[in-house]
Design a protein around this ligand. Structure first.
Ligand code: NAD
Length: 245
């Protein structure tokens, strides 16, 4: 049965898409970046998996509906949704524009809600499934200079619990993963003094090394798959022991 990953042209989404394909799922690689989505789908097919790239602006509910319809038509019934796409505006709280706030809510929260609704309808019909929402550890500590992002990520934890409660009766599980800091291109762009930034990360983590995308994808695979069938409504921190709560 198939899996759909949003933001799957990006760093974490692409690792999740490859991993779910290796787990045996046909994968819908959904992203605003159509070329990027196609490239990831090509890569998955190149190693013997089944995947299609789907261009979709998750701010638009009609495009979300179309993406799920295409995935169903091409790949069959949906078993796994990974809600992963996000935007990362940063800046002092008083200076956040209404446009930045609205876009962050639309991509990081509203789209998670709408995609989960699409998945729920499909999974109720097919007899069950697993939804994995990608949150962030930033909501625990209230990180500075990224208030819209932190707000949406806290909302994702709440959404995960509410939807897990409602959908459990259909054998649909809903969990979240809160990643710590992973070494992305965005991180390199945002932190010119990468060495100093990495020193802060390693000081904060119990494990004194950077996490890999494969380690994150393994946790996504666990919550998506048959080894976690009695786990729902949970948020798993995958952060090298940064947050212990
Ligand atoms: N990288 C980290 O260290 C880190 C830490 C904590 C949480 N996370 C979470 O992990 C997830 C993935 O992050 P990433 O680091 O891989 O980011 P990324 O920027 O590499 O990937 C995000 C993807 O989302 C897509 N996207 C953005 N807006 C979209 C829209 N309107 N419609 C469709 N797609 C859209 C982008 O095109 C991109 O491919 C996010 O939810 C993020 O909050 C990441």
């Amino acid at each position: 049965m198939s899996a759909l990953v949003t933001g799957a042209a990006g760093a974490i989404g692409s690792a999740a898409a490859f991993r779910l394909a290796r787990d045996g799922h046909p994968v819908a690689v959904v992203d605003l970046d159509r070329d990027g989505a196609d490239a990831i789908a090509d890569g998955i097919r190149g190693e013997g998996g089944l995947a299609i790239g789907i261009g979709c602006d998750l701010r638009d509910e009609t495009q979300i509906e179309a993406a799920f319809a295409t995935a169903h038509r091409e790949l069959g019934p949906l078993e796994v949704l990974v809600n992963n796409a996000a935007v990362f505006p940063s800046g002092p709280f008083p200076e956040v524009s209404v446009e930045e706030l609205d876009t962050t809510i639309a991509v990081n929260q509203r789209a998670y809600f709408l995609c989960a609704q699409q998945a729920a309808s499909a999974m109720i019909e097919s007899g069950g499934g697993s939804i994995v929402n990608i949150a962030s550890i930033t909501w625990h500590g209230g990180w500075a200079d990224m208030a819209p992002y932190v707000m949406t990520k806290g909302g994702i934890v709440a959404l995960t619990r509410a939807v897990a409660t409602e959908l459990g009766r259909y054998e649909i599980r809903v969990n979240a993963i809160a990643p710590g800091a992973f070494p992305t291109a965005a991180e390199r762009a945002q932190h010119p003094d990468l060495e100093a930034y990495e020193a802060v990360i390693l000081e904060s983590q119990a494990l004194k090394r950077r996490g890999t995308f494969e380690e994150l994808a393994a946790a996504i695979s666990f919550l998506a798959g048959p080894e976690s069938t009695f786990i729902t409504g949970q948020t798993l921190n995958v952060d090298g022991g940064w947050i212990m709560a």
